[in-house]
Design a protein around this ligand. Sequence first.
Ligand code: GLN
Length: 502
Amino acid sequence: MVVPLPEGYLPYFKAWEEKIGAFIEFAGLRSEAGEAPRIGPGNAGIGLPFAVKDNIAVKGFSISCGSKLLEQMKSPYTATAVQKLEALGGMVIGKTNMDEFGMGSSTDNSAIKRTNNPWDQSRVSGGSSGGSAAAVSAGLVPYALGSDTGGSIRQPAAFCGVVGLKPTYGAVSRFGLVAYASSLESIGILADSTERCRAVFAAIRGGDPLDQTSQDAPAGAPALFGEARSKTAPRTIGVLSPEAIARAISSEITGAAGEAGEEAALQAAAQAAVLENEVARGFELAKTRLRALGHTLVDVDLPSLKYGVPAYYTIATAEASANLARFDSVRYGRRPDWAENPDDMIDKARDAGFGAEVKLRILLGTFVLRSGFQDRYYLRAQRIRGGIRRNFESYLGSPDYSDSKTVCAILLPVFPTRAFDRGPGNLTPFAQKAADLYTCCANLAGLPALAFPVSVEGGLPVGVQLIGRAFAEGTLLDIVESYEASHPFPHPEGYKKFWSQS
Ligand code: GLN
């Protein structure tokens, strides 16, 4: 049986989409016959229309990655994660806007269009999966796929007030995801409820012969579906204490200050990581509510946190410079009209095709990989990465489940601010990078992290995140699902619920 889109959906979609601009391509509006897309029934809330970030391949759809260079590109094949959802009745309704190649925290780095936050259209939706987050937040889709290299699912989820899951590294196949920083990123989920997030994750996870870094959950990892009692079981949750946060931020200045002239930039970076009052209030509220639900909260310190951003940007840009080398207008991308010779053709294509942020990161990446400098930057960043992983494991336990630890998750803020506006004086590109402090460590350590909304402060959502042991998505989802049962997630004004859970 196939059922049409819900009554009244298309006008609702059009009205929202004009305001927020979440989609780069929308299948429903593309249909020339004026026929509504057909939806097949699936199970557990999956057999519905869903949206896909425009760096994840869906056959016949755009795969622009938010870049001019790939604006005309159509994908010849479909990513494994999408195939698995389609097999359960899910239907791709469109491709969503994003920061170019996933580089950014606002989606304003898209070369295609702007995406506005459904809660306040003068503000950004977050990034880089901003289109997916905005589409879910406005109720245009019940769930969407995104990708998270350093926070790109969790940060827009927090900005738009939806659930965002970055799975364990390798838990979901990356086949069909256009690579930005291969060792850090995962395909993940933005959803209108924790229950749906769980169902979608259960559908897309698992080892895939087309991605050699993917794997099934090891024996001993918490089950995704268990008895009802496990969802509400009291747990011991670690919390990054205010002192630990303050230490991570202040040593970001004193620890790194070196050459003259750097002081001001470092001060600005440290300032950018300080939680704004509304976010700090939301974080406190999350703690109070988790305690009220019976969980025990214990303070944890993550001394390595302060090295997270420098290590992340060293590794991410190094990998990006290699991954983006393929966009040379021979294999992918638009060719220039005229060129002197092949090298000139490649130069011209990349110069016209890439935006400023992408060029900056390619330069940074080639700089840190320059011969004679690997020790100083790249290898050092890799050692820091190991330290961050060990730091988390000392609380959460090892990925092979050979030991047991008492803390089953660690609660952290997602981003120091709520959705920011585009006015001058707001977060500069440098400050935006410094603000990745809270999210990028889960990527460096390869751990799962689940962001969820806790409150609305001054008209904008505030989110927090739980980071868990490798392959412990089930635990994170249990905690948040029982939290959501007592504290339903908020919706922006004008939101209409079209999608049931099943
Ligand atoms: N803000 C981070 C960056 O710009 C995160 C990006 C991501 O997760 N794709 O690199």
